[in-house]
Design a protein around this ligand. Structure first.
Ligand SMILES: CC(C)(COP(=O)(O)OP(=O)(O)OC[C@H]1O[C@@H](n2cnc3c(N)ncnc32)[C@H](O)[C@@H]1OP(=O)(O)O)[C@@H](O)C(=O)NCCC(=O)NCCS
Length: 181
């Protein structure tokens, strides 16, 4: 369990499946992700089952504590496509509970994920892709230290228009300099 001031990154539990299905079948969420087909319970169960075997993926749930001490699941995140030789990984995040978006939880979760990626997993480079209309995500990636490396022009078709995909990354040394550690 990785603990921030307000957010915790923990294991993915089977009981989360209903929330995941709700989030990843919601166009308001999926417009920001590569996913566009309906997600079935069968596929989601299979994904969860395979997670244990995957050497190139580390997934976390994102939870916060309720006033009565109970945990509220608000999203998930993880590192995928890990290349252990080059020490590169790609991160992804979804705050799926819309009532908990725009409250700083996403940025805090990304900070925790970066600290884990660099200090525990010993990766050297973290990269991600984001669509140009996802201003909220871009803002929070810049805040934690990601920089834009390039754009895939007209990579994404959304709401009747093509959009660029922005490639961003942060290196371990940049993260350490920023954190002064
Ligand atoms: C992207 C995401 C992880 C960000 O997490 P979050 O908890 O909602 O966002 P935060 O509150 O940490 O920060 C968002 C920032 O964007 C700003 N913002 C929010 N909506 C905005 C908008 N429409 N225009 C401009 N800025 C916006 C907020 O003010 C905040 O900046 P600030 O801290 O300087 O005030 C989350 O919104 C999410 O999961 N969205 C849906 C899926 C997704 O986009 N995943 C990422 C795919 S690359």
């Amino acid at each position: 369990m990785l603990r921030g001031n307000r957010v915790k990154l923990g294991p993915i539990k089977r009981e989360y499946i209903d929330s995941f299905l709700r989030w990843f079948n919601d166009p308001e969420i999926t417009q920001y992700l590569a996913r566009y087909r309906p997600m079935t319970r069968m596929a989601e169960e299979e994904w969860m089952e395979n997670l244990r075997e995957r050497e190139d993926t580390i997934r976390f749930s994102i939870t916060i504590s309720n006033e009565d001490g109970s945990e509220i699941l608000i999203g998930n995140c993880g590192i995928h496509n890990i290349n252990w030789k080059n020490r590169v990984g790609e991160i992804g995040i979804t705050i799926g509970e819309k009532a908990y978006q725009n409250r700083g939880y996403g940025t805090e979760a990304i900070e925790l994920l970066l600290e884990y990626s660099f200090n525990t997993v010993n990766l050297n480079r973290i990269e991600l892709c984001v669509y140009d209309y996802n201003i909220r995500a871009i803002k929070s990636y810049i805040k934690v230290g990601f920089i834009e490396e390039g754009r895939k022009r007209q990579f994404m078709w959304n709401k009747g228009k093509y959009h660029d995909e922005i490639m961003m990354s942060i290196l371990a040394e940049e993260w350490r300099n920023k954190k002064n550690v």
